[in-house]
Write a protein that binds this ligand. Structure first.
Ligand code: SAH
Ligand code: SF4
Ligand code: F3S
Length: 461
């Protein structure tokens, strides 16, 4: 089989990262190997994100750049196919081709298992007419996973595993229910089998993914379903799987069993990304989040009782339509009270087709900017304080890759902090193992530490 080169550029969330890896797996039997950059590629895939306007617009500037590359290749008698997948593709479909005719194929997050067939059609059209306009944006989620190959390229010491797709929550600001479709959970056996393959390929840590990962309710094979807590108890039995994480969870779907799992299962890392969006009940209601600020406080308190060293992260939106100074102050009050180890915060971005985009009382840009700056100031302070509280402690770090300097490895602490570790005179290649590291300093985006020794692994029973 002739070798071909594939370059995938990924935007957006971890689910897109997982999807991109699976696209490469789907294309490997066709002879596609990964290219270092688009210049070397026969096929370029942009795996896109629609969540905010800025993210979506980035795609068109990238297509503009790639068009020149494509023209250049054609002049030299070669060919480069340009495919756009992911959430912008799902949302805009054919419109993308009208706006950017250089695109040969548009496919959605639920159709990428069909890539070999879609590419075949695109190539035939190109040869016959000099133009390809293949669009595949069917949203039926439940077929894809059954048709993806078992064979997967290893993801390294830390791997992503999608267990749940789609969202039925319809928060009024959010495009995800429209781009990913309805909620769907993969069966327990399929998740366990994929996790075992990942561990056999070298993963010590697995992050379970879903747009609403804790809404997971996978078929257990006995006519019932298993929630996320139960699933993680089962995963914890896989020997060699040292760490389990999950993201993104919704406060509405945190149940007692999930909280208990944080207490009972040592492999579940003491770090949780639990988006709250706002601290104002009025705004939470308008957002259709279906929980109050106090409910969020209660959930956090229960989680911290179950796992006292739990560090929290969150997402915030400022400037949702109608947000007043008092609403914003309620968000600041919640932040000051809960205390986050890190967090993401965004200015509200109106998205086509979502209910909030049509509301009249949009918040002026300058007000959004000022609120975002104030919030980020506080969140940055909290992150720094959390990081500083780790100095002098010895933390288990999963070493993943080489650092910027010679004899340095970089990995993650249980709390998701990046830690760079000086290996000193230690000759062993400790990549992929969990080591005890004494944290010495806080750098701008990471921690620096000193190798104490190899950790005694959490034995999987
Ligand atoms: N399923 C997750 C969020 C997925 S989207 C949840 O329910 O929390 C990731 C984050 O992007 C959201 O948490 C939200 O903070 C942000 N976001 C989503 N839509 C947005 C919009 N229209 N404008 C600004 N931020 C948005
Ligand atoms: Fe979007 Fe809300 Fe669904 Fe999260 S829960 S993906 S914010 S609609
Ligand atoms: Fe973006 Fe789609 Fe993920 S819109 S955040 S890539 S689910």
């Amino acid at each position: 089989m002739a070798k071909k080169r594939l370059y995938i550029k990924t935007y957006g969330c971890q689910m897109n990262v997982y999807d991109s890896a699976r696209m490469a797996d789907v294309l490997a039997p066709m002879g596609y190997e990964s290219a270092a950059g688009p210049e070397d590629a026969d096929l370029v895939i942009l795996n896109t994100c629609h969540i905010r306007e800025k993210a979506a617009e980035k795609v068109y500037s990238e297509v503009g750049r790639l068009r020149h590359l494509k023209d250049e290749k054609a002049r030299q008698g070669g060919r480069m196919l340009l495919a756009v997948g992911g959430c912008v593709a799902q949302a805009q479909g054919e419109e993308m081709m009208r706006r950017a005719p250089a695109i040969d194929l548009v496919f959605g997050p639920q159709t990428y298992h069909e890539l070999p067939d879609l590419l075949g059609r695109a190539t035939r059209d190109l040869m016959a007419t000099g133009r390809s306009r293949v669009v595949a944006i069917d949203l039926a989620t439940d077929e894809k996973f059954d048709r993806l190959p078992e064979e997967a390229a290893p993801q390294g010491a830390s791997a992503f595993l999608t267990i749940q797709e789609g969202c039925d929550k319809f928060c009024s600001f959010c495009v995800v229910p429209y781009t990913r479709g309805a909620e769907f959970s993969r069966p327990v056996a399929a998740v366990l089998a994929e996790a075992r393959r990942m561990v056999a390929a070298g993963a010590a840590e697995i992050t379970l993914l879903g747009q609403n990962v804790n809404a997971y309710h996978g078929a257990d094979g006995d006519g019932g379903t298993l929630g996320l807590g139960g699933l993680m108890r089962r995963l914890a039995g896989i020997g060699g799987l040292e760490r389990i994480r999950y993201t993104t969870s919704h406060p509405r779907d945190v149940d007692d069993d999930l909280i208990d799992a944080h207490r009972d299962v040592p492999q579940i890392m003491p770090f949780l990304h639990l988006p709250v969006q706002s601290g104002s009940d009025r705004i939470l209601k308008a957002m259709n989040r279906r929980h109050t600020a106090d409910r969020y406080r209660e959930i956090v308190a229960s989680l911290r009782t179950a796992r006292p060293d739990l560090a929290l992260s969150s997402d915030f939106i400022v400037g949702y339509p109608g947000e007043t100074d008092a609403d914003f102050e309620a968000t600041m009050a919640l932040v000051r009270e809960v205390r986050f180890a890190m967090a993401y915060s965004f200015k509200y971005s109106p998205r086509p087709g979502t209910p909030a985009a049509d509301l009249e009382d949009q918040v002026p840009e300058a007000v959004k900017s000022a609120r975002l700056a104030a919030l980020q100031d506080e969140l940055n302070r909290q992150q720094e304080e959390f990081n500083r509280s780790c100095v002098g402690r010895t933390l288990p770090v999963l070493l993943e890759r080489g650092g910027r300097h010679a004899r340095q490895l970089v990995g993650r602490s249980p709390y998701m902090q990046a830690v760079s570790v000086d290996m000193g005179s230690n000759e062993a290649d400790l990549r992929g193992s969990i080591c005890d590291v004494e944290i010495e300093a806080v750098l701008s985006n990471s921690l620096r530490g000193r190798l104490i020794g190899r950790e005694t692994m959490v034995a999987a029973q």
